[in-house]
Write a protein that binds this ligand. Structure first.
Ligand code: NAD
Length: 484
């Protein structure tokens, strides 16, 4: 059985307690590797290594960091095939998705921040010739980077890249549910001789290894569930350290009369079911203007019926496996609760079993539910699976209220061909990321993040670099020349 190791100070180390966690592939439900069950003591070694390396990496020239990061991005690309297969096997997502989204985005993240740091500027404020203020943006120290299982290496590198570009060193923890590509990534760092101690990867559970990273690092970047975010916020805030939280969502899609209906349907199918609906930005509450409701429903069902759930290796599978048995059960129980609240399952709603070697995997049908109220649990709690509700509305004011009547505020998509209405509704919806006539169109420079229970802080472009640096103002008094 493959045993993963922690990667600390450029070395592959077993957990000090020699204990391991089973790693299942959701594609067949079998254990295929063992993950270090790291504890505080392992994290301490990693943080010490990161502190030690900070003294040189943190003072190094930007060009030095740029060159190492570009080398790393190239090495990721060289290993793309292996990473794609591993991401799909570990997470259950179709290989085509790992090939077109996850793994290319990993090297893109690294290249993006390697170059962004070269252009990262700071302010100066002239006091009418009497003094000059200039702002330094300095690395903070050891960055704790904690990521979830839905986009494993994509999100881990989305944190590691800006942290190290800005001159910090990192102790990162991937989700214990999908640790494998982070391990392969540490192998890649090792292969190219990436400066030891700059990137350290510790595996393990959240409440042990993750908690210790939050406690011991100097700045914390977290992506994951809202409940975990609350714990991390309490822990980081009590130590007065900087933290950023990218959390859950319950994102609305709003389909207005007069929009391009085919585009709206096609996009809604993608937004509801891509990555088995396990993307924080997935559109899971679809509000449709009354006059369009029947036609939208018909087309939405028709298109969704065509989606194939199957072997993630098969390029024709639109959906692969749900990430874990526990998560599949959680999704199915939320569908049950929707039924109990009066919801009508108009498509899917159940687990399916594939043949042969994959018969033990965690697969389910894409699910559409109608006759729900916005106040029902299915519309208020994040399901994070291939489940969407459709709900009619009759006015702009009503739909804005429906969109906002939820604890989350991550993203929203509006389908509307009336320019003024689209802008009005975009401004009125409480969410950090709004799309008009599209979904998941991403520019790495934009501020990315959520409002309300969807998070705190923004990632992306200069926002990530601001987060991973400390701002210091230096005021220089300029003597008056008349006295000279
Ligand atoms: P999770 O909160 O259970 O775990 C995320 C990470 O936090 C894991 O690495 C876990 O080990 C660690 N962790 C757990 N408890 C911890 C603790 N007490 N201290 C420190 N670390 C701890 O989330 P998940 O189930 O892995 O991911 C799904 C969630 O992530 C969903 O809610 C989804 O919406 C959210 N998500 C948000 C974004 C975003 O950008 N807003 C992106 C992707 C996923």
């Amino acid at each position: 059985m493959l045993k993963l190791s922690n990667y600390i100070n450029g070395e592959f180390l077993p957990p000090l307690n020699k204990k391991y966690i089973n790693n299942y592939s959701p594609t067949d439900g079998k254990v295929y590797s063992l993950i270090p069950d790291s504890q505080e003591s392992d994290v301490t070694i990693a943080v010490d290594a990161a502190k030690n390396s900070f003294s040189s990496w943190g003072r190094s020239k930007k060009e030095h960091r740029y060159e190492w990061m570009m080398k790393l991005a190239d090495a990721v690309d060289k290993n793309a095939k292996k990473l794609i297969e591993a991401e799909s096997f570990d997470n259950g997502k179709p290989e085509w998705l790992a090939k077109t989204v996850d793994i290319p985005r990993c090297s893109a993240n690294i290249r993006f921040f390697a170059t962004a740091i070269l252009h990262f500027d700071s302010d100066s404020h002239d006091m009418d010739g009497a003094a000059l203020n200039y702002t330094l943006k300095q690395p903070i120290g050891v960055a704790g980077c904690i990521s979830p299982w839905n986009l494993p290496l994509y999100l881990l590198t989305w944190k590691i890249a800006p942290a190290i570009a800005a001159g910090n060193t990192v102790v990162a923890k991937p989700s214990e549910v999908t640790p494998y590509t982070a391990y392969l990534f540490s192998k890649i760092c090792d292969d190219i001789g990436f400066p030891p101690g700059v990137i350290n990867i510790v595996h393990g559970h959240g409440n042990t290894a993750g908690h210790a990273i939050v406690q011991k690092s100097d700045v914390v970047s977290f992506t994951g569930g809202t409940e975990t975010g609350k714990i991390i916020a309490a822990s980081a805030a009590s130590q007065f350290k900087k933290y950023s939280l990218e959390l859950g969502g319950k994102n609305p899609m709003v389909i207005f009369e007069g929009c391009d209906l085919d585009l709206a349907v096609e996009t809604a199918v993608k937004a509801a079911f891509l990555n088995q609906g396990q993307i924080c930005l997935c559109g899971s509450r679809i509000f449709i203007e009354n006059s369009l409701y029947a036609r939208f429903k018909e087309l939405f069902i028709e298109k969704t019926k065509k989606l194939r759930v199957g072997d993630p290796k098969n390029m024709k599978s639109n959906l692969g496996a749900i990430v874990s048995k526990q998560h599949l059960e959680s999704i199915l129980s939320k569908i049950e609760s929707a039924k109990n609240d009066g919801g009508n399952i108009i498509l899917g709603g159940k687990q399916i079993f594939l043949d042969g070697d994959l018969s033990g995997g965690y697969y389910m049908l894409p699910t559409i539910i109608e006759n729900t109220k916005n106040t029902d649990e299915i519309n208020q709690k994040e399901v994070f699976g291939p489940v969407a509700t459709i709900l009619p509305f009759s006015s702009e004011k009503e739909v804005v209220n429906l969109c906002n009547d939820v604890g989350y505020g991550l993203s929203a998509s509006i389908f509307c061909n009336n320019i003024s209405k689209a802008h009005r509704v975009a401004a009125a919806i409480d969410a950090g990321v709004i799309w008009i006539n599209t979904w998941l169109l991403r520019d790495l420079r934009i501020p990315f993040g959520g409002m309300k229970h969807s998070g705190f802080g923004r990632e992306g472009g200069k926002h990530s670099l601001e987060f991973f640096t400390e701002t210091k103002n230096v005021c220089v008094k300029i003597e008056n020349s008349e006295n000279k």
